[in-house]
Design a protein around this ligand. Structure first.
Ligand code: PGA
Length: 245
């Protein structure tokens, strides 16, 4: 049985004051049935760790370096994230793929680094609107996934996948539950073909998940929770989505 997960991706948002307000509200809520993760910007990890202590909410980062340590100015190593109490890290978010040129192989190597540090990588895959309209959705996601499968293969159940159609991120335009389910089933089948225990792999949906569409999305058989951007910045919205899971 796969345990549902709801992960908040704050992106480059927050301040000491607003984080404190948000996290205090999350911690005060009744313990969720699903796994809850908050992925904060690097400078706020220490603050978040402190505020989340004694709660069941896990802490994650939004990226990590592909390198272990060394002369990589501006990069943050998985070992550093682990020291700050991160148990999860998002890798291969479409914003990093688009703005920082992260290739599939780099994303896979980051996931491997995270596993090596005892952390759970949340690996994002997804197609652009143009790719979808050209009928390339499965081809694109297949390649993104294969890079991870080639490197990590049978270890796939140790990580979390997130399907995030680029055209649905921050646009208010969500994939319909049917559209999302179709891709999630494709992802699971692909993992199965590569010999991974596909039934054990959690696949989250991300892209304009809100309190009013979460339950319908999470009810799909291959959707195991969500990766939440905008709505994770509002305690009431985020908690409503957690409830839906
Ligand atoms: P959104 O972002 O919920 O604001 O669409 C999701 C994500 O990018 O992870």
């Amino acid at each position: 049985m796969r345990r549902t997960m709801v992960a908040g991706n704050w992106k480059m948002n927050g301040s000491l004051e607003t984080n404190s307000e948000l996290l205090r509200a999350l911690v005060a809520a009744p313990r969720a049935a699903c796994e809850v993760v908050v992925c904060a910007p690097f400078p706020y990890l220490a603050q978040a760790r402190q505020l989340l202590d004694a709660s069941a909410i896990a802490l994650g980062a939004q990226d990590c370096s592909v390198h272990e340590r060394g002369a990589y100015t501006g990069e943050v190593a998985v070992g550093m994230l682990a020291e700050f109490g991160c148990s999860h890290v998002i890798v291969g978010h479409s914003e990093r793929r688009a703005w920082h040129g992260e290739a599939d192989a780099v994303v896979a190597a980051k996931a491997q680094r995270a596993l090596g540090a005892g952390m759970t990588p949340i690996v994002c895959v997804g197609e652009t609107l143009q790719q979808r309209e050209l009928g390339e959705t499965e081809a694109v996601i297949g390649l993104q996934l294969d890079a991870v499968l080639h490197l990590l293969g049978a270890r796939l159940p140790e990580l979390v996948l997130a399907y995030e159609p680029v055209w649905a991120i921050g646009t208010g335009r969500t994939a319909t539950p049917e559209q999302a389910q179709q891709v999630h089933a494709f992802i699971r089948a692909r993992a199965h073909r590569h010999g991974a225990d596909a039934d054990a792999v959690r696949v989250l949906y991300g892209g304009s998940v809100k309190p009013d569409n979460a339950a319908e999305l999470f009810a799909q058989p291959d959707i195991d929770g969500g990766l939440i951007g905008g709505a994770s910045l509002n305690a009431r919205d985020f908690l409503a989505i957690v409830d839906a899971a």
